[in-house]
Design a protein around this ligand. Structure first.
Ligand SMILES: [Zn+2]
Length: 374
């Protein structure tokens, strides 16, 4: 049987294309692996500059590198690499019993940031040991210093002292120090709670709190463990997070941030859980309170500022008990305000009370020593 010449011709072209495609792919793959090996192993010193990759201006990508890519570029753990990887080797030891943190095992890490916080931490600690959770904790704390979407740069230097709590992936950061190229300074946060064990927080070296608080009269919640997410938090998906999450025990009283009128309750319960929306026409905003355990108001009801409207809970799409508090622009709900910068919310930061200051200074010294010893 004769095959029409046009068909043969086509086949030939197809084969040729396939070949050049494969060749091109293999070529690019080899180049990319080579470049990454170069960057990882030979570009560790500060004075080595890769002309085509100006690290100073390189913005760290948000997304995770695909698994395959990671395997290719991760440095193998070999004894011959010991000297090079020494700087990022995790160190853990038990603090002597005469210290305040007696009996607790304290860990520390210090490393140069590469690609992203998550990527950097997961190069040192395995996924099984919770590197993703630890880097999420770091990101949460750092969100008070900068927009980590834009602020984290390759070559920034991070030190962290932390404690592994009971339960999987449970960490408590005791000290964070972040040397930022972009800001030209080192941000520091030390955990301290001796003055109020139920309401501890992170403080700078001078004893000024890192996180802000809304004044009690206007705060949707007065007792919470920590703020676990701020508006725009990229970990919550593409559009970012639309509210502020306050981690709190189920049943914590929830108050209206401003006077207004309840517009609706318990809509889209599958996602929001029990929830309340209050309209504040004078301020041009609406406030939303989600994942409640109990709603104490009805649509149409007039609300005073500071009036209790609900109890916090763990309903709807949540992983842990928390309040999601959201301030929306009234005429465009896509415009979200950060409660800590919103002009109608008064916020403040605490200072360590003077009688606890000497003890705080000791804590600072202790955590700094942990880093030095490692
Ligand atoms: Zn939320």
């Amino acid at each position: 049987m004769d095959i029409p010449p046009s068909s043969l011709h086509n086949q030939h072209i197809e084969k040729k294309n396939e070949f050049s495609f494969r060749f091109g792919f293999v070529f690019l793959f080899v180049i990319s692996v080579g470049l990454n090996i170069y960057l990882l192993y030979f570009n560790q010193k500060k004075d080595v500059v890769v002309a085509s990759l100006p690290q100073d201006s390189e913005v760290v990508p948000l997304f995770e590198l695909p698994e395959v890519y990671k395997k290719e570029v991760s440095p193998p753990v070999k004894t011959s690499q010991a000297t090079r990887t020494a700087v990022i080797t995790p160190v853990s030891f038990t603090v002597p019993s005469e210290r305040k943190v007696e009996g607790k095992t304290i860990h520390s890490l210090n490393f140069k940031v590469r690609n992203s916080l998550n990527y950097s931490v997961c190069r040192i600690i395995s996924r099984e040991k919770g590197c993703a959770a630890l880097s999420a904790h770091l990101g949460r704390l750092m969100a008070w210093f900068m927009d980590i979407k834009k602020g984290v740069r390759n070559g920034d230097y991070l030190e962290v002292v932390y404690q592994q709590l009971e339960g999987p992936e449970q960490f408590k950061i005791l000290k964070l120090s972040y040397k930022s190229k972009l800001f030209g300074k080192t941000f520091e946060a030390f955990y301290f709670d001796e003055f109020d064990p139920k309401n501890g927080g992170y403080f700078d070296r001078e004893g000024k709190e890192i996180a802000q608080r809304i004044v009690e009269a206007q705060s949707p919640i007065r007792h919470y463990i920590e703020i676990t997410s701020l508006p725009g938090d990229f970990r919550k998906g593409m559009g970012g997070h639309s509210g502020t999450d306050f981690k709190a025990e189920v049943g914590t009283p929830i108050y209206s941030g401003f006077s207004g009128k309840v517009t609706r309750t318990n809509w889209n319960v599958r996602a929001n859980g029990y929830c309340v929306e209050i309209d504040h026409p004078k301020l041009g905003i609406k406030t939303l309170y989600l994942h409640l355990s109990r709603v104490k108001v009805k649509p149409g009801q007039t609300i005073r500022v500071g009036q209790q409207i609900a109890e916090s809970g763990n309903t709807g799409r949540t992983f842990a008990p928390h309040l999601h508090y959201e301030i929306q622009k009234r005429k465009n709900k896509k415009i979200i305000y950060n409660p800590f910068t919103f002009k109608h919310h008064k916020s403040y930061t605490r200072k360590i009370p003077s009688q606890h200051y000497p003890s705080f200074q000791k804590t600072v010294k202790l955590y700094n020593a942990v880093i030095k010893e490692s």
